[in-house]
Design a binder for this molecule. Structure first.
Ligand SMILES: Nc1ncnc2c1ncn2[C@@H]1O[C@H](COP(=O)(O)OP(=O)(O)OP(=O)(O)O)[C@@H](O)[C@H]1O
Length: 262
């Protein structure tokens, strides 16, 4: 479904992503982990077209999408929820999602349908809000939401684009510990009908939800396997996990397991 071959990004003398061969299968929930500076965000930026690779290719459903702009990769079904809050703060929660649904509709074959489309987008948006658990907040301004709810809204905005592949960029960052279970439930729910690639520093979440984990270190893949395989991999322990045991970490998503080992 989503594949990279030899994907590489250099910033001057620094190789941020180093010849990565990666494949995400339909229905898979794969996490991408690694120390600070390992290249996770740069890899996402290469997938979505925010950055152009120095070398290598990105293929989506068999089509070469290397270097296409973000709106073009989105139109082909690759959507991303952002690490930083990325919503219109004074618009309502519903309006934020409606705009995303309409932008997708205008980009697709639905564009020729005029009658009733506005209401239709509101209906679609409301359905997405129900799915992420925000329907009761639909009429509130987005900036009145809690931090955790804003992350849910970001996922809703990405879902409104009707993605095939969803890239979730630290959906737990800055979320209070009480909301971690909600974020886990949300990730598991969206993974029932989308391929998901997750970047997340909270290892309890990663170990809990992932079918598969890919570990990056200094831009290169150092491990790729099930949570058990990755947890037991000595190279991963050394580069990142640093003796991780379930429940070891603070749930605030800000802490990395092996801070300083990057
Ligand atoms: N625009 C840029 N120009 C120069 N260097 C960059 C740029 N963007 C990222 N880098 C460098 O590339 C490397 C990978 O950074 P990246 O942000 O992709 O890592 P990361 O794994 O997402 O880190 P974190 O977990 O802290 O978010 C780092 O050394 C970073 O300093």
């Amino acid at each position: 479904m989503l594949e990279t071959a030899g994907l590489t990004k250099r910033f001057g003398g620094l190789t941020a992503v180093d010849s990565v061969d990666f494949a995400l299968a339909e229905g898979e929930l794969c996490s991408l982990i690694g120390p600070n500076g390992a290249g996770k965000t740069t890899f996402f930026d290469l997938l979505t077209g925010t950055l152009e690779p120095t070398a290598g290719t990105v293929t989506l459903d068999g089509e070469d999408v290397t270097g296409l702009a973000p709106h073009a990769t989105a139109r082909r079904g690759l959507h991303r929820s952002y690490q930083v809050t990325n919503v219109f703060p004074t618009s309502s929660v519903l309006e934020n999602v409606r705009v995303a649904a309409q932008a997708h509709g205008a980009d697709s074959f639905k564009a020729w349908r005029n009658v009733g489309t506005f209401d239709e987008y509101y209906d679609e948006a409301y359905d997405v809000l129900e799915r992420v658990g925000l329907a009761s907040k639909a009429e509130l301004p987005a900036d009145s939401l809690s931090h955790g709810e804003k992350r849910q809204l970001e996922v809703a905005v990405a879902l409104a684009g009707d993605p095939e592949v969803l890239l979730l960029d630290e959906p737990n960052a800055g979320v209070s510990s009480e909301s971690v279970d909600d974020i886990i439930a949300l990730i598991e729910d969206v993974a029932t009908d989308h391929a998901v690639l997750l970047v997340e520093h909270n290892m309890d979440i990663v170990m809990n939800v992932s079918d598969r984990i890919v570990v990056l270190n200094r831009g290169a893949v150092i491990a790729d396997g099930t949570p058990d395989e990755v947890r037991g991999d000595p190279a991963v322990q050394e580069a990142y996990l640093g003796g991780y045991e379930p429940g070891d970490l603070a749930d605030d998503g800000e802490e990395t397991p092996a801070e300083g080992s990057a």
